[in-house]
Design a protein around this ligand. Structure first.
Ligand code: ZN
Ligand code: ZN
Length: 363
């Protein structure tokens, strides 16, 4: 199903003739990106038109760019991590005024369905069906369901770049909440990409006793060290399971966080957690992939497997609080490149090479 944003923000009926054209990145087909002119739509009641100040690259965008994405059928505008300034306010929306600096996450649950009532709002059908894309643009229209629950005034003490991290951080906070992380524990993160490092920052901020990060690229492992990893494992040089077993005096990590989205890493994560430990499968793998499970290990070693998807409103609020209180030291390190909207194809090339963690895209 096409997102409402995709349908609305094109050069479409309802676009206002007196408005100056703005630019928007549209993925025409996998690998085929176009920066085109569009007329920013007028916000309907409850909606907000936001002038994008900064958007961030994300693994989801890269996946969509490479091979398409069921939630973003092409042609689709791209970009869902952003912060900006209110350009126009839809009727009836009292919480915001033109000129307010705002931050948001691109989805919101309905609050009424079975899953919402169970407190698993991350699984609400509305979350996936009405996700907003199109932040790689001069303007982005936020629909009423997003302005109602998941749009916030940006605290003046944080930058637009940092504010744009609200969405990935909400995912991380959700995952760590489900894993019931304790400060007394030793954790191992598989993957030193942007999400692995965000997990590291969040674990350290919770005061987790020992955090190890396993990855490949030496510059990323160095970054993990600088962000407070107690220990890094270069998996090209060291056997992961042997390295992991050194935690907890030979028993292995209490918690393993898989942050790569690779089947092999899901299996490795199960292989190196301690008896009685928990595995957090954070990275979504390619559709159709299957992971094999060692039932002896699962049963006799009493493993707990957790696979969180997306986030709930309470996770967004927790992430917002942590950002506002500047409680996540080192967070700005995650954004290690800056480009203009026109350079978006280059951004995808850099992401593809793994040359950058997260790129800030400025209109
Ligand atoms: Zn994202
Ligand atoms: Zn719902």
């Amino acid at each position: 199903m096409r997102s409402s944003q995709a349908a609305r923000s094109s050069l479409a009926p309802g676009a206002v003739a007196d408005r100056r054209p703005a630019r928007q990145a549209v993925l025409q087909a996998p690998g085929c990106l176009e920066i085109r002119d569009f007329i920013p739509p007028r916000p309907a009641p409850g909606e907000l038109l936001v002038e994008v100040k900064c958007a961030l690259s994300c693994g989801t965008d890269l996946k969509t760019y490479r091979r398409g994405h069921p939630l973003f059928p092409t042609p689709t505008p791209l970009g869902h991590e952003f912060a900006g300034v209110v350009a126009e306010v839809g009727e009836g929306l009292k919480r915001f005024a033109v000129g307010d600096a705002v931050m948001a996450v691109p989805s919101a649950p309905c609050g009424k369905c079975f899953f919402c009532e169970c407190g698993q709002e991350n699984l609400c059908a509305q979350v996936a069906q009405r996700i907003v894309a199109g932040a790689y643009a001069d303007y982005l229209l936020l629909p009423a369901h997003v302005t109602e629950r998941h749009t916030f005034k940006k605290p003046p003490n944080i930058s637009f770049e940092t504010a744009a991290l609200l969405e990935p951080l909400s995912c991380v906070f959700h995952a760590q909440d489900l894993a019931n992380v304790q400060s007394s524990e030793a954790a191992l993160i598989l993957g030193a990409g942007p999400f692995g490092l965000l997990h590291l920052i969040a674990l350290k901020a919770r005061g987790v006793r020992k955090v190890a990060v396993a990855g490949r690229r030496s510059n990323r492992l160095k970054c993990a060290r600088e962000l407070g990893a107690d220990w890094v494992v270069d998996i090209d040089r060291e056997e992961l399971a042997a390295a992991a077993s050194r935690l907890n005096g030979g028993w292995g990590p209490d918690l393993v966080i898989e942050a790569t989205g690779l089947v092999a890493a899901w299996e490795q994560a199960m292989g190196c957690v301690r008896r009685g430990g928990r595995v957090l499968f954070f990275g979504g793998c390619q559709p159709g992939t299957v992971v094999s499970l060692d039932t002896r290990r699962m049963h006799y070693d009493n493993l707990t497997l957790i696979a969180p998807f997306h986030f709930r409103p309470r996770d967004v609020l927790a992430a917002l609080r942590a950002l506002s209180e500047q409680a996540l030291p080192g967070l700005e390190r995650i954004i290690d490149a800056r480009r203009h909207l026109e350079q978006l194809p280059e951004v995808f090339a850099l992401l593809e090479e793994g040359a950058v963690l997260k790129c800030a895209i400025y209109p």
